[in-house]
Design a protein around this ligand. Sequence first.
Ligand SMILES: [Zn+2]
Length: 113
Amino acid sequence: MLEDARTETGAAPIRPKGIPPRPVSFCRECGHPYWPRRDDQEYCSSTCRSKYHKRRYERGAQLYDFAMEWRGKRLKGGFTQLCQIIDEWLRDERERRRAHRKVRDAWLKEKKG
Ligand SMILES: [Zn+2]
């Protein structure tokens, strides 16, 4: 399947023949380098794509549950709590980007030799 050219053992993909070369890209989820097989590819594997979307849907559900309880019970301080939830996600995303930069810098450094 073109979607995920990784081998059964999970080894890094080898650029398939007949596919126009694209520059190396870095996975939106794990930050590791990969060679995209499509122009709009954002993830190194279907596992990473699923992980990203799973987190997104879980956060959406968290927001839904919170909003229903907040407005349903007319709870005080809901807006502050809402901001706390979002701030936690933002911290998580910043940490993820920091880890991605480390992976990327290490890869680029190793590539330069
Ligand atoms: Zn990845």
